[in-house]
Design a protein around this ligand. Sequence first.
Ligand SMILES: [Zn+2]
Length: 554
Amino acid sequence: MPTNYFLIKNGYVYDPANGINGQTRDLWILNGHIVEPPSDPTVQPVRILDAAGLVIMPGGIDMHCHIAGPKVNTARKMRPEEKRKAEPVRRTAITHSGTMGSVPSTFATGYKYIGLGYTTAFDAAVPPLAARHTHEEFHDTPCLDKGFYVLMGNNHYVMQAVKEKDPEKLRNFMGWLLGAAKGYAPKLVNPGGVEVWKHHASGNVSGIDEIVDHFDVSPRQIISMLARSANELHLPHPVHIHCNMLGMPGNWTTTRDTMDALEGSRGHLTHIQFHSYGGGEGDENTFNSKVAPLADYINTHDNITVDVGQVLFGETTSMTGDGPLGYFLANVYGTKWFSADTEMESGCGIAPIKYRNKSLVHALQWAIGLEWYLMVNDPWKVAMSTDHPNGGSFLAYPQIIRLLMDRAFREETLQQCHPLVRERCQLGDLTREYTLNEIAIITRAGPARMLGLKHKGHLGPGADADITIYSPHENKQTMFELPRYVIKAGEILVDDGDIRQVLDGRTLHVTPSFDPGAETDIASWFEQYYSIRFRNYPVTDDYLQDPRPVACTP
Ligand SMILES: [Zn+2]
């Protein structure tokens, strides 16, 4: 008879997945999970936390951030001027030292996320060739459960299968590649466009029906065939799409075309803020918000979810698998620039960026992000993100929460922006204010559902005991910046801002089934073109920190 119960009692519980909206509830925890209260009334918990007057939510889930892998690591090395200025993270008896700036070091990343009440995070863009490196960095990113998305929108084998119109070949490859990298979901970044960038000076595609030469495929074909493959493999999370034309005036039509290209398959459009712009091609003077028609599309289609990619004012580092975008940003801002080509697989661009509220473009980007939260009717369809660190740091999430819950604060911030912003978007007219329950949806319950993580994002029996407890405060930024307690796998890791205990965290990945016969063709392609041997490519289970495969079931 297990008696090692941990009881959290009397808290105001926000558990939208189970329909609990601020009611007082007790939570019983055993062996790292939430369980039913013991049926035997004589069973006593060994530990009790009285949460009377406190707000309880599931641990936060960041479904789109950049925290590990080659481009994050390069960005760290590229910004010594930031590291020098930023307050260092000091070593304690139980924690490592670290550095901050817009791209914190590995250990610091884990400590800062858990300090904010986040217990799970997904890196959104890893070239499979660098999967091993990413898993190694995960080992050094404590306190979080982690996974990553595998770049495949410009993969040569993928484009070959699309060209041959061979869905079976594509599905087998997707299944094999996710399993080989021990990744979580397929990621598309500027599908086809990065390949064009590698072939032509300043090359890119300008919509989804342009042809990628040599492969003779269009972005539309890549998107629809990969979306279908992901559906057929029953992946817990569908294709995760960074659309073509990121950041360009007038790109909203490309975004709408991408939604159409899914042809009813499930899909997730990421950092949608960067893809919702009206205006003439390359003309900043006509730049405006096109959230209304795109949000309407999301409101009327149930196969698509989005995360926002909110921009916050200040300095940060843009890092992307979108090679041509990195070049564009470095040219616009005259900053240093890094570009890389991962042989058969992908590209990468990194450049510092500073968002200013007096810039019309930047202020509109900020407003457009907020419009997305406020104009999608169903909060289950929109997840909070800053595309850390691209739009801003994950540490800005409490500020976004305040902007959504406090209309007066939003208006005050809008007043400090470039005066033309009001004319170019609808933000000033939007009266909606988020409730705590809706915040719990867009920061934990919704992302868990979008990711197909049945044991996360809620507080019902069977859920991981990842729990954040807040002291209520009128200023929601203050409330969410400093949780009273953060509990991971049933252990109190953070108590009033102090890290009391450190856990390693688990690796979330998928192992889809595919026809093993397909490996013969993949192997011979590898031996012909890759710089490494086929047998050295797949990451083995023993390389992962506490691996937790997530089932691929219909
Ligand atoms: Zn991203």
